[in-house]
Write a protein that binds this ligand. Structure first.
Ligand code: SF4
Length: 336
């Protein structure tokens, strides 16, 4: 598959003044191919949203991108998004890369009808006649299975949470972006609405050949959508694998812990085992492997030497003992 975006050694630092500095995204590298559906998974605070904000260069202060490259592939070759001027980047945002922020369905303007909000969104980037925008808006609303004649006239409060989320997806499609980033698009929605939205996303992705990057803490959401998964812990990618392979045999103890924390893994709530402990304070990350204080496989080398993200049979994993973890997948879990 042709590359669309290559993220190389991306770093995002927050300057907290007298409280020090923390690197929320620390040396993250991954590729997104054209037309791929990829999930970026991690607990809250793992750095996934900050990574996404860095991709569109909207990291809020006191954060800043402190290193790396974002190679965006055009037909003529790659352009480093980090080298573009602020106005060049503004032009590409939403046109090339659109992002739906977490909880954005509550940020729709409550006193404006959906039609006006879609027109305003479009006009912020293109001068286009109203009629043409409305035609395009209706097309995008149909893609998310909403009835344009009803929804365009509605105010946000007249729509359910799931409908508002679908309106946002339709809005993000207005400019035909090549990459759509969705941050926790189904959080706070009921299970049936969640499933419906995930199905719509998959459908749109296939129909339009769009590249999608879905951010979530929930592996159940991943199983229903993405073909490839990136697992993030404490600002770093710790495992990357095709979805099916990852569910069959996680190679990293953190991925394994996430899978064991899924209530439906064995079809009952009793099987749910949260990962013990909490993610580290990134102002003072632990030496060696950042997961070692929570890891049942940790040994002396883990406490001293940071594992590199290495190729491991068609996937990438950052763990000194991944072979052991991979072999023990079907054995009784070490968490308990
Ligand atoms: S490197 Fe060691 S501490 Fe880190 S995940 Fe692997 S086994 Fe656990």
């Amino acid at each position: 598959m042709k590359p669309l975006l290559q993220v190389r050694d991306l770093r995002v630092t927050f300057d907290l003044g007298r409280h020090g500095r923390l690197t929320a995204v620390d040396g993250v590298s991954f590729d997104l191919a054209r037309g791929e559906f990829v999930a970026l998974v991690g607990e809250s605070g793992s750095g996934k949203s900050t990574t996404a904000l860095a991709l569109i260069r909207l990291v809020p202060p006191p954060g800043f991108i402190s290193g790396g490259r974002l190679l965006w592939w055009e037909d003529e070759g790659p352009v480093d998004l980090l080298r573009l001027s602020a106005s060049q980047m503004r032009e590409r945002r939403w046109r090339d890369i659109a992002m739906i922020f977490q909880g954005a369905q509550n940020a729709l303007n409550p006193v404006m009808r959906i039609a006006e909000q879609m027109i305003e969104t479009m006009r912020a980037h293109h001068s286009m006649p109203r009629g043409e925008i409305l035609e395009r808006a209706a097309r995008c609303l149909r893609m998310v299975r909403l009835e344009p004649s009803r929804v365009l006239r509605a105010y946000p409060h007249e729509l359910s949470g799931g409908m508002r989320q679908r309106v946002l997806i339709a809005m993000s499609l207005l400019m035909n972006p090549r990459l759509l980033i969705l941050d926790e698009p189904t959080t706070a929605l009921d299970v049936i609405t969640q499933a419906h939205i995930l199905e719509i996303l998959r459908e749109i992705q296939e129909q339009l050949g769009l590249t999608m990057l879905l951010l979530t803490h929930d592996l159940a959401v991943v199983a229903k959508t993405a073909r490839r998964v990136l697992i993030m812990y404490a600002g770093q990618i710790v495992e990357e694998a095709p979805t099916e392979a990852l569910f069959e045999a996680p190679y990293h103890p953190y991925t394994r812990g996430l899978l064991q924390a899924m209530p439906t893994l064995r079809g009952d709530l009793a099987g749910k085992r949260p990962i013990p402990g909490a993610p580290p304070d990134l102002r003072h990350p632990p030496p060696g492997c950042r997961f070692h204080p929570r890891c049942p496989y940790a040994s002396e080398i883990c406490r001293q030497l940071e594992p590199a993200l290495e190729e491991a049979g068609g996937r990438r994993v950052a763990c000194h003992h991944w072979q052991q973890v991979a072999q023990e997948v079907l054995a009784p879990e070490p968490y308990g």
